[in-house]
Ligand binder design. Structure first.
Ligand SMILES: [Zn+2]
Length: 345
């Protein structure tokens, strides 16, 4: 963080203190992108690889550059023990940000397609990590299993079938769609999303991050998205923005990710404020904190300084994030009451 992030009114410590204690939910976070530098170093040491471990927070040349780093990090994950390790480290980070509940995306295909891990071991590791997160950190986790774009048919058919199988991890709440967008419009995956919906799963594709507003329309019209990852390119077309507002489909907005991946030039020119002004529901999230040197507290503080959100706007956004999460009604009511009652000490 540099000096330009400091508020001229000198209210920075107060905002930070408010955000630090505010109970939160995180709805756009990739398990495989959550690995902090210390976690990746520990894994590299465990497996005695000579891999140079990429630092956090360095801007990427483009989205493909990020995918390369992501795949490199993935190569550090060799077995179920590693998976439990990264879930535990992620849960510790979430707890440090007073996150009570997170819907975490994991790309099953990347772990399972080459036999590195069995589907049973993957399922058990996620269950063990989830129990550990609850027991040791007081964080409740649910899973979004996504189809990675860019691998085409094998990854898609594998993921759709895996979601229907007995090995689908406990607490899987939604199907996702990740990876590079351009050339892979969301509509291509409509059949798999319909299969997942028939199982009772929610639909949360990435769309309109690196590609244009038609990719957001595709998520709405063809995938019947319950929420959309990023979606910031909707602003290219007022009709798409109007449709997001009409349908009340929220966007999972990740400003730091957008800047580091050059989706936005900088935080002052990030579309968060414009989307909110237009009436689009948004939830702030970190995407891949292990590569972006960000956590949810900092994302909220940055939204105050650069996105014009007051502390009460941030509280209202967290309440709305609970509303658009896939928690059951009882858990939503309890967490909402906790957020509403929160007083900064
Ligand atoms: Zn993402």
């Amino acid at each position: 963080m540099n000096d330009r992030d400091r508020s001229p009114t000198g209210d920075r410590p107060e905002v930070e203190a408010f955000v630090a204690g505010l109970p939160k939910v995180e709805l756009h976070l990739h398990l495989e992108g959550s690995m902090r530098l210390h976690t990746r170093r520990a894994l590299a040491e465990r497996h005695r690889t000579g891999l140079a471990v990429r630092p956090e927070g360095v801007p990427f040349h483009d989205f493909d550059g990020f995918i390369d780093a992501f795949i490199e990090g993935l190569s550090l994950l060799r077995d179920a023990t590693d998976l439990v390790t990264i879930i535990a480290d992620m849960a510790a980070d979430l707890a440090a940000n007073t996150v009570r509940y997170a819907e975490v995306t994991t790309t099953a295909w990347l772990h399972l397609h080459d036999g590195k891990m069995t589907p049973e071991a993957y399922r058990e590791a996620l269950a063990e990590g989830r129990a550990l997160a609850r027991r040791e950190h007081g964080v409740e986790l649910a899973w979004v299993i996504d189809i990675p774009r860019g691998f085409e048919t094998p990854a898609e058919t594998f993921t759709a079938a895996f979601l229907e199988s007995p090995n689908c991890p406990e607490a899987t709440v939604a199907i996702g769609l990740g990876g590079p967008e351009i050339g892979y419009p969301a509509g291509n995956y409509a059949a798999s999303f319909a299969r997942a919906a028939a199982l009772g799963l929610k639909r949360v594709p990435h769309g309109g991050e690196t590609a244009g507003s038609t990719y957001v329309t595709d998520c709405l019209e063809r995938l019947h998205a319950d929420r959309i990852g990023h979606g910031v390119m909707a602003l290219q077309d007022p009709l798409v923005v109007a449709e997001l507002v009409r349908r009340q489909v929220p966007l999972e907005v990740c400003p730091t990710s957008n800047v580091l991946l050059k989706v936005a030039t900088d935080l002052d020119n990030h579309p968060l404020a414009e989307l909110r002004q237009a009436g689009v529901r948004v939830t702030l999230a970190t995407d891949d904190p292990g590569y972006f040197d960000v956590d949810l507290n900092r994302e909220l503080v940055l939204a105050h300084h650069h996105g014009g959100m007051s502390t009460e706007d941030l509280r209202a956004m967290e309440l709305d994030s609970v509303a658009v999460s896939f928690l059951d009604p009882g858990a939503k009511a309890r967490l909402s009451a906790e957020i509403s009652a929160y007083q900064q000490v």
